[in-house]
Design a protein around this ligand. Structure first.
Ligand code: AMP
Ligand code: ZN
Length: 114
């Protein structure tokens, strides 16, 4: 989709530090890391928010969660633990309207979610 930063990363128009890739998803280091490990996982298909995932098209969620497992293994935090976050819409803190999951870890994360 035009003017979508994450679509531009998928197309190679904007560079990224790739962590993991499959046919369906791409994972790369967040440009503004909030933890020692901060990876963003995006579907290659442009889906604006979690609310746009519909019944019968949830395979993208499987792909994202399985990629989170693999990212955790690659980054060496699978056993130590990590957090996954999907921000949705304005009050959820979503800034880029291309569905993505944050994978955070590498330190003891604070309990608060806000
Ligand atoms: P969100 O607030 O959930 O929409 O998160 C968007 C995330 O994308 C933020 O953590 C940004 O730091 C990250 N981000 C924005 N542009 C880039 C980029 N070009 N490469 C990597 N991460 C990015
Ligand atoms: Zn997009």
């Amino acid at each position: 989709m035009e003017d979508c930063i994450f679509c531009k990363i998928i197309n190679g128009e904007i560079p990224c530090v790739k962590v993991y890739e499959t046919e369906k998803v791409l994972a790369f280091d967040d440009i503004n890391p909030m933890a020692p490990v901060h990876v963003v996982i995006i579907p290659k298909e442009h889906i604006p928010t979690l609310m746009d995932v519909t019944q019968g098209k949830t395979d993208v969620l499987d792909a994202i969660f399985l990629a989170a497992q693999e990212v955790a293994r690659i980054k060496g935090i699978d056993k130590r633990g990590f957090r996954t976050i999907v921000n949705c819409n304005k009050e959820g803190g979503q800034l880029i309207f291309h569905l993505h999951m944050h994978v955070l870890g590498g330190k003891k994360l604070r309990d608060v979610l806000n």
